[in-house]
Design a protein around this ligand. Sequence first.
Ligand SMILES: O=C(O)CCC(=O)C(=O)O
Length: 252
Amino acid sequence: MLSKDQIASYHKNGFVIPEYRLPEEFIEKIRKQSDELVEQHSQFRDYCPTLLAYDTGFLSIARVPEILDMVEQILGSNFALWNSSFFSKPAKNGKATPWHQDGEYWPIRPMATCTVWLAIDEATEANGCLRYIPGSHISQRALTHQTDTSGAYTLNQELKPGQFDETNSYSLELKAGQMALHDSFIVHGSRANTSPKPRRGMTLRYMPTSSIFDRELAREIASKTTLGHVDRTLFLMRGLDLSGKNDFRIRL
Ligand SMILES: O=C(O)CCC(=O)C(=O)O
């Protein structure tokens, strides 16, 4: 569980690193599952945006009670998992993730998500660990992104320069099995991996059910981008659907 200070730190900085760490056997299982996924779907060599659409086995990680307890401390007792993705960042030529805020193309209103970023390998500055700009979530405001279609990055949405101060970045160095929780408005990104070690990271995206996963908006977004989340299945993890408007129909 998170301490009072850790919860306060999440709200102040936009992220927190709990003491809890997933056991190595668990992480080894995820490595195998993700290797199999990339073997079957080579397009996910760097990034798989929607893990559960390909392997619902990953749901067992999203249901780890210790993780849910911490998410509940941040979001309250009614929340759903709406996505999970995988940033593979292989050794030697793993792609960078540009500075961005999550949520540019997420059909959630009001926008709210707590992401659990789980280290599948040790993440260091050398292999391109995630970097946060602490406090950049405070205004809960979407900044301006531009699209990069070069294919050079894991994601094609990049913040336009001048909206944050990179010199204040925090490098999220973690041991395998450690994790961080972050707010959807925090500015974050990661450098390319040119090291001999892979830097795999898995994300679990949880939203409070007071927000609505708006399928109509998802369709609108899908018409403008390659990833619209129209078919995401929502999995109620704790409590009730407070909005009364979320659709939990299985679409996988
Ligand atoms: O792992 C990375 O390089 C990027 C992760 C990310 O953008 C996210 O967790 O939202």
